[in-house]
Ligand binder design. Structure first.
Ligand code: NAP
Length: 254
């Protein structure tokens, strides 16, 4: 692979599926060696195999972003294989739909732990390599639901709002070290998570056509739309962009 990321090493979390998978594939096309990190080892291996079959460098890493020891093992495996990590894309996520009064503390904590604490843990694990290199790129996948709010998802929306605020704070702290930190809040992107939500009735009475009609560009997003933005934000050319909420949502939220 010959792209602008040749020689760089990336970790993409949640990379066995959907947006993470597309980001991992795109970063490999850009030339980075990519750790395909996910809870789901079998699917992570499939993605890593696909990347390698296309001529890229990839390693499947089974890990839980919510578990600090698991994250540490994943980083060690990636460093052993490819060297220090200077690109991190946090895409692992957990959704949920519940009336506010029905959300249990356990459910609240579980969603916050994967989406927000998982992002914190992965950043904290990888930042020392970036500081050492004097260069780093972090992209946190948040959600357009944290920009506009979303009924019946207050735990999820709170976790993603936390990711946006965390991104802004981390960008201020890490900018002087040559590390940029940005967040992409996707909206209505056609992934297994979105389709599972549809099957569980989480779209309410809405069909895909209803939601497309309310999307200014009149289509669903594709994982590759997010991956294209991720490719740019992790590139050298994006060195003056940090702490930004980089919406990729067909104009649904501005
Ligand atoms: P997806 O297709 O379900 O992919 C998410 C991946 O993350 C899955 O492979 C999942 O594994 C993995 N994962 C979940 N918990 C994990 C953990 N603790 N450690 C490691 N991996 C874990 O979903 P997606 O739509 O691509 O979502 C990617 C990100 O975009 C998420 O953060 C989501 O909140 C955000 N997002 C998506 C949309 C959209 O329209 N699709 C909109 C807004 C925000 P399992 O399948 O085994 O759980």
């Amino acid at each position: 692979m010959a792209g602008n990321q040749v020689g760089k090493v990336a970790i993409v979390t949640g990379a066995a599926s959907g947006i993470g998978r597309a980001c991992a594939t795109r970063l490999a096309q850009d030339g980075a060696a990519v750790a395909v990190l996910d809870l789901n080892e079998g699917d992570a291996k499939t993605v890593a195999d696909e990347i390698q079959a296309a001529g890229g460098a990839a390693l499947a890493v089974a890990a839980d972003v919510a578990d600090p020891e698991s994250v540490a093992r994943a980083l060690a495996a990636t460093r052993d294989r490819f060297g220090p990590v200077t690109i991190l894309v946090n895409s692992a996520g957990k959704t949920g739909t519940k009336r506010f009064l029905d959300i249990t503390l356990e459910q609240w904590t579980s969603v916050l732990t994967v989406n927000l604490t998982g992002t914190f843990l992965c950043c904290q694990a990888v930042v020392p390599d970036m500081v050492e290199a004097g260069w780093g790129r972090i992209v946190n996948i948040s959600s357009s639901s944290a920009q506009g709010g979303q009924a019946l998802m207050s735990h999820y929306v709170a976790s993603k709002g936390g990711v946006i605020a965390f991104t802004k704070a981390l960008a201020l702290e890490l900018g002087p070290a040559g590390i940029t930190v940005n967040t992409i809040p996707p909206g209505f992107v056609d992934t297994p998570m979105l389709r599972r939500d549809e099957a569980r009735g989480r779209w309410g009475p809405n069909t895909a056509d209803d939601l497309i009609a309310r999307t200014p560009v009149r289509r669903m997003g594709l994982p590759e739309d997010i991956a294209a933005a991720c490719s740019f934000l992790t590139s050298e050319e994006a060195s003056y962009i940090t702490g930004q909420v980089f919406g990729v949502n067909g104009g649904r939220n501005t």
